[in-house]
Design a binder for this molecule. Structure first.
Ligand code: FAD
Length: 442
C-alpha cells in the first residue's frame, strides 16, 4: 500500500470487510499468504442481514469463531410461515436431512461483522478501516493494483498478486468492468427498522424468524438480543415508490396489511431510523477472471426471504480462499479452478432462486402452509431452509420431488398460475433502479 507516495505490497488484496471479505482474508492468511483487507467504513457499522442459517455453523467452527457467535447471537431453532388460517407453520431445523446443525443464530450485524473483521486482524491480516477502494487494475496473477482513499482523503495504492472483491452490493469490480445485470425474473426493495417489545413465539421458538406475506411482497420479524427485533418488508419496487417520503407511515401501513404480523408489532416501540434499500436483485456475467474473484454479494444477490446471504458470502469466501491458494501455487490451473468455483456457487444460488421466484405464488403459499412429509419432502424443504443446497444428494432428490408436486398442483390450477406468472413478468420489467437508494432517516 502506498501512503503519501509509499507503495505497499501483499499476496492477496481483499476489498470489503463484511462476512465474505473477513472470512476470505482470515483463511488466506492462514495459508501463509500476506493479506491486506480494506473496509471503507469503520466497525461497528449498521448492516442488514441478521438471520443466519445452520449451514453457517460448520464455517464458524473452521474459522475459529463458533464461541464468539454463540456469545453474541440469539438461538434460532427454525422459521415459521403463515398457515393460511390465522396460525403459522413452523419448520424446525432439527428435522433437516443429513448432518446440518439443528439450529442457527440471529445476530446484530454491527457486532457480528466487527467480530469477524477483528478475528481476521488477530490472525495476522493487515485489516484497515476507513479506506475506500476507488479503482482496481487487474491484468492477471501478480498484476493487481488498487487505488484507494483513506478517511483523510489521502491516496493509497496497493499492489497484489490476487484480488478478492467482497465489496457486497457496491459491486466494485462488476461496476468497473460492466459485468452487473439486473435480475429479469425478480425485483425487490426493502424497508426496515429495529423495534423493542415485539411479541415473540413461545418457548424454544422464541428466536425463530417469522415470515408473513402481503399482496406486493412479504415481511420478516427477527428476534435480536436485549429485547430488540428486526422488522422489515420486502416488496416490489413500485410498491415502495408509493411512500412519498413518509417512511414511518408507510412501514406501519404495510405491516397493518398483514394482521398476524401487525398484532405482534403494534405495541412495540421503534428504536432505530427506518432504512430503505432500492431494488437489489442482480447477478454478474462473470464471477472471476485472471487474478481476481468475487465472493458473496459482490457477485449476486436475489432476495433475503431464505436468509441465505451471509451463508453464501462465507461459503464462497471459504471456497475462494482454497481456490486462490491453489492458483497462486499453480497459475496454469487458475482457469479450471475458477470455473469449478463459479459452477458450485451458481448451483447453490439456483436452488434458492427457484424457490424465491415462486415464493409469493398461490401454489407455493399452499405448499408452505400445509406441507406433506411423504418421502420426507417437507424435511427436504427444511434442509433448504437450513442452507444445505450444495452437496447433499438426498436433499436434492427431495427438492426435485417438491418441484414436481409444485408443477402438478400448478397444472391443476393453470389459469390462476398463468395470471400470476404474467403479473410477475410485468413486475420484473419495471425499470431497474440500479442499487440502493441512500439510507433514509425516519
Ligand atoms: C433487506 C435485506 C435483508 C437481508 N436479510 C438477510 C438475512 O436475514 N440473512 C442473511 O444471511 N442475509 C440477509 N441479507 C443479505 C446480506 O445482507 C448479504 O447477503 C451479506 O451481507 C453479504 O455479505 P458480503 O460480505 O458479501 O457483503 P457485505 O456484508 O455487504 O460486505 C461488503 C463490505 O464491503 C465494504 N465495501 C464496499 N465497497 C467498498 C470499497 N470500494 N472499498 C472498501 N470497502 C468497501 C462495505 O462497506 C461492506 O462492509 C439481506 C439483504 C437485504 C437487502
Amino acid at each position: 500500500m502506498t501512503v503519501g507516495g509509499q507503495e505497499w505490497e501483499c499476496d492477496v488484496l481483499v476489498i470489503g470487510g463484511g462476512p465474505g471479505g473477513s472470512t476470505a482474508a482470515a483463511l488466506l492468511q492462514r495459508t501463509g499468504r500476506r493479506v491486506i483487507l480494506l473496509e471503507k467504513e469503520r466497525h461497528p457499522r449498521f448492516h442488514i442481514g441478521e438471520s443466519l442459517l445452520p449451514a453457517n455453523l460448520p464455517i464458524f467452527e473452521r474459522l475459529g469463531v463458533a464461541d464468539k457467535v454463540r456469545a453474541l447471537g440469539v438461538y434460532k431453532a427454525g422459521a415459521d410461515f403463515p398457515d393460511g388460517s390465522g396460525g403459522h407453520q413452523t419448520f424446525r431445523f432439527r428435522n433437516a436431512l443429513g448432518a446440518t446443525p439443528p439450529h442457527a443464530y440471529q445476530v446484530t450485524r454491527a457486532e457480528f461483522d466487527q467480530m469477524l473483521f477483528e478475528h481476521a486482524r488477530a490472525g495476522g491480516v493487515d485489516a484497515r478501516e476507513g479506506v475506500k477502494v476507488e479503482r482496481v487494475d487487474v491484468d492477471g496473477i501478480g498484476q493487481v493494483s488498487a487505488h484507494a482513499r483513506d478517511g483523510d482523503g489521502g491516496e493509497l495504492t496497493v499492489r497484489a498478486k490476487y484480488l478478492v472483491d467482497a465489496s457486497g452490493r457496491d459491486t466494485l469490480l462488476a461496476n468497473q468492468l460492466k459485468l452487473k445485470r439486473k435480475n429479469d425474473k425478480h425485483q425487490s426493495a426493502a424497508i426496515f427498522a429495529h423495534y423493542r417489545g415485539v411479541r415473540l413465539r413461545a418457548g424454544e421458538d422464541a428466536g425463530n424468524i417469522s415470515i408473513y406475506r402481503f399482496e406486493q411482497g412479504w415481511c420478516w420479524i427477527i428476534p435480536l438480543r436485549d429485547g430488540l427485533a428486526s422488522v422489515g418488508c420486502v416488496c416490489w419496487p413500485e410498491h415502495l415508490r408509493q411512500r412519498r417520503g413518509d417512511n414511518a407511515g408507510f412501514l406501519d401501513a404495510t405491516l397493518r396489511s398483514m394482521p398476524q404480523a401487525w398484532e405482534r408489532v403494534a405495541q412495540a416501540e421503534r428504536v432505530s431510523d427506518i432504512r430503505v434499500t432500492g431494488n437489489y436483485s442482480y447477478s454478474c456475467t462473470q464471477m472471476s477472471g485472471p487474478g481476481w474473484v468475487m465472493v458473496g454479494d459482490a457477485y449476486a444477490f436475489v432476495d433475503p426471504v431464505f436468509s441465505s446471504g451471509v451463508y453464501l458470502a462465507m461459503e464462497s469466501a471459504e471456497r475462494a480462499a482454497v481456490m486462490i491458494d491453489a492458483a497462486l501455487a499453480q497459475p496454469q490451473r487458475e482457469a479450471a479452478l475458477q470455473a469449478r468455483y463459479a459452477r458450485r456457487f451458481q448451483r447453490g444460488l439456483r436452488v434458492f432462486s427457484w424457490f424465491i421466484y415462486r415464493f409469493n405464488s398461490p401454489v407455493m403459499r399452499q405448499m408452505f402452509a400445509s406441507p406433506r412429509n411423504t418421502w420426507r419432502i417437507e424435511d427436504g424443504v427444511v434442509s433448504l431452509l437450513a442452507g444445505d443446497v450444495f452437496d447433499n444428494a438426498s436433499v436434492m432428490r427431495r427438492i426435485a420431488a417438491f418441484k414436481l408436486i409444485y408443477a402438478a398442483v400448478g397444472l391443476a390450477d393453470a389459469r390462476r398460475w398463468i395470471g400470476e406468472w404474467r403479473t410477475r413478468r410485468r413486475q420484473a420489467r419495471v425499470a431497474f433502479s440500479g442499487g440502493d437508494t441512500p439510507v433514509d432517516p425516519a
